[in-house]
Design a protein around this ligand. Structure first.
Ligand SMILES: *Cc1c(COP(=O)(O)O)cnc(C)c1O
Length: 251
């Protein structure tokens, strides 16, 4: 018998909790993808998670991903890993994000970054699959298109809709979902309305923009992934519950 690693045990426990959350809301676990957020963690941890069945990994810093992804792929040349970029992208790094060929970019949080990704994707003859990061909670510190009052505030809704019109016109950019981060607390009373708000916004956007297909809702982290699944998450992004705590200065 091979002893399973702490990481493998953590993954098993999370998958059981994901299954229970899906069952509670009448959903299938097949409709929820677990992305292991490996930021600040070494390639060896990624290899362990891969051995435990994880095929989706997410990083939040480009430089770190650029160093780590080749190291992992050197160990697992035939691995069927999908890489997700989940962190804020500086404008001057947009070209590198395209070159790195992430399978999904969750953090398109402003028109300017979408324009740059599109431009470099055209230059590289690539398509970039993106999610729009939405600030549903309205917290000042959060990135994303502001949508904390889109239902009651016509001006905010118009601003959002005009941004989305501009995004839809950009070549080589496939918008496939919405992403959000709830306030950093574990209370369902606080997080649930944020996740529900993102799901509602998806419904409205799909209704109002026939050209927009948004199969994905990327929401839910260590603190709150079960609530997110109950509210319709198709992708949960989990770091600490898989890999353990990160050093605080590295958040
Ligand atoms: C770090 C991070 C996560 C994972 O957070 P945990 O609390 O470790 O599960 C998810 N999404 C984004 C955008 C992150 O930066």
């Amino acid at each position: 018998m091979i002893e399973s690693s702490a990481i493998a045990q953590n993954i098993e426990a999370i998958q059981a909790r994901m299954a229970a959350a899906a069952a509670r809301s009448g959903r299938s676990l097949d409709d929820v993808t677990l992305v292991a957020i490996s930021k600040k963690k070494p390639p060896a941890d990624i290899l362990q998670a891969y051995a435990a069945g994880i095929r989706h990994f997410g990083e939040n810093r480009l430089e770190e991903a650029q160093a780590k992804i080749p190291q992992v792929m050197a160990q697992l040349p035939d691995a069927d890993i999908q890489w997700h970029m989940v962190g804020h992208i500086q404008s001057r790094k947009a070209e590198d994000v395209v070159v790195q060929s992430f399978d999904f970019v969750h953090s398109v949080d402003r028109v300017k970054i979408a324009q740059r990704l599109s431009r470099f994707a055209v230059e590289q003859n690539q398509t970039v699959t993106v999610f729009l990061e939405i600030n549903v909670s309205g917290e000042n510190a959060k990135y994303g298109f502001l949508a904390n009052r889109w239902q009651s505030d016509a001006e905010q809704r118009q601003a959002l809709y005009s941004d989305i019109k501009r995004l839809l016109a950009l070549p080589n950019l496939q918008i496939r979902g919405l992403m959000t981060m709830a306030p950093y607390v574990a209370e369902p009373d606080v997080t649930r309305p944020v996740f529900r708000g993102l799901a509602d916004l998806r419904g409205a956007l799909c209704n109002d923009f026939p050209a927009l297909a948004l199969p994905h809702l990327s929401m839910g982290m260590t603190n709150d992934f079960e609530i997110a699944i109950e509210e319709g998450a198709t992708i949960v992004r989990i770091g600490r519950a898989i890999f353990g705590e990160r050093l605080t200065y590295e958040e």
